[in-house]
Design a protein around this ligand. Structure first.
Ligand SMILES: Cc1ncc(COP(=O)(O)O)c(C=O)c1O
Length: 430
């Protein structure tokens, strides 16, 4: 690491952070490993894992307003909605609904827009996105309602081609669906810039964001970015398998989700199908509280006085800065490899580390992605991913339709885990 990175508070706090993640350096069989697969799911923080079991045993299945168990369950639901609202810098907890996964949250949203979007509207999706934010729009709106769904492409570098996206938008564009960060190449999308440029062309256009990949890596501020809907997953933010959907209250009020007649037709319940998973909600609460705990360590006494939304933004800013240092070191290391033997896809210039998250798609000449994955596991105990990670379109653009290897880091990583990956690749290249 450079001297500048070494001075980052999260560098010094790294042992404490790692201590909170029981699986950080061993797998489910107790075998030592380096987990470089945060893109597929972050590690789970200790309290988020423990409380799920405890909550499942303790809480009443249903919330209610009389018996103690019911009251406790209702209070948990309300608390977690409020926590998530603060995490996103949203208005209030009524804007937050819970779903089986981010994918099902986005399908639910697509169905619900039938009361707001006209079939004569066109929609724009992007090839940078995971299919979770493409297929709902193509199937529900394209196939289901006969709307035109346009596809924005990516640049040869693997970033969103914003100019091309804007060329697809016209006054009849009713919705633009886009990711906050790519789980394929790690590129970050400048949401605020894109949303305001879209609305200059189509003032009433809705913007739906998939923030699943961005959520563990930096600030999500729905107010500043001025988007209308946003989804993320609990298991990417150190917590449970659970999807979260946020939307602006005044728009959510007008939506018409598919719901059973007896479900309350009011926010946030109208979007939720059946009973909520209390164990997952308790786990999400613990994951969010972990972030506040971390802010306490990073910011010291200033953390206690800040409001909760501010503390979330402060800790996520610290995480983004710290991870920028890790990214720079990874990219500097990649530059040492012979370009005819090794290729990093996506932004590869260390000076542009702030435009991406630490998710690296790469290729080693002569090895398939699966062979590379197997050898890193067998020879260095490093766990990475291969394939297209459900973001099929971007890999087609990059000329690698079968996908690539992907090493993805989180804030629990450090100079040593970066060096372990670089050293292992060096050995594969020898
Ligand atoms: C960018 C992105 N969007 C959406 C998803 C899907 O999330 P879920 O599994 O909660 O449906 C993923 C999962 O990997 C993802 O990386």
């Amino acid at each position: 690491m450079t001297a500048r990175d070494a001075s980052h508070p999260l560098e010094k706090l790294n042992p404490k952070v790692r201590n909170r993640f029981p699986m950080v350096d061993r797998d489910s069989r107790g075998t030592p490993r380096i987990y470089l697969n945060t893109g597929a799911g972050s590690l789970t923080v200790d309290t988020a894992a423990g409380v799920a079991h405890e909550a499942q045993g303790r809480l009443n299945p249903m919330p209610g307003s009389v018996a103690t168990g019911e009251l406790d369950t209702a209070a948990l639901h309300a608390r977690v909605r409020d926590l998530v609202a603060d995490f996103l810098h949203a208005g209030d907890g009524r804007e937050v609904s819970f779903h089986q996964s981010a994918t099902s949250a986005l399908f639910n949203l697509a169905f619900s827009l039938r009361s707001v979007l006209a079939p004569s509207a066109n929609l724009v999706v992007t090839d940078l996105d995971h299919m979770a934010n493409i297929s709902p729009w193509e199937t529900v709106w394209g196939e289901g309602h006969g709307a035109e769904v346009r596809r924005a492409r990516v640049t040869p570098e693997g970033t969103l081609d914003v100019g091309y996206l804007l060329s697809l938008v016209d006054r009849r564009t009713g919705l633009v669906a886009l990711t906050a960060a790519s789980n394929g190449t790690g590129s970050i999308v400048p949401l605020e810039e894109v949303a305001s440029a879209v609305r200059r062309i189509s003032p009433g256009c809705l913007v739906a964001v998939d923030a699943v990949h961005q959520a563990p890596h930096g600030v999500i501020d729905v107010r500043a970015s001025s988007v209308d809907f946003l989804a993320f997953s609990g298991y990417k933010v150190f917590g449970p398998m659970l999807g979260v959907l946020w939307g602006k209250a005044e728009i959510l009020e007008r939506l018409k989700p598919y719901r059973v007649e007896t479900n309350k037709d009011v926010l946030p319940w109208k979007f939720e199908m059946g009973m909520l998973n209390n164990a997952s909600l308790a786990s999400l609460e613990a994951a969010m509280e972990y972030l506040l705990w971390l802010d306490g360590l990073v910011s010291g006494p200033a953390s206690v006085t800040g409001d909760r939304g501010y503390r979330f933004r402060s800790v996520m800013t610290a995480i983004a800065d710290y991870e920028k240092g890790l990214t720079r070191r990874v990219l500097e290391g990649f530059l040492e490899f012979a370009p005819d033997r090794f290729r990093c896809f996506g932004i590869a210039d260390p000076a542009r580390s702030g435009e991406r998250v630490p998710t690296f798609a790469f290729e080693i000449a002569g090895l398939t992605p699966t062979e590379t994955k197997k050898r890193l596991w067998a020879e260095a105990g490093i766990q990475i991913a291969d394939g297209n990670h459900y973001s099929a379109a971007i890999f087609r653009h990059l000329g690698r339709p079968e996908g690539l290897c992907r090493a993805s880091f989180g804030h629990y990583d450090n100079a040593a885990t970066v060096e372990r990956l670089l050293e292992a690749i060096r050995r594969l290249l020898d």
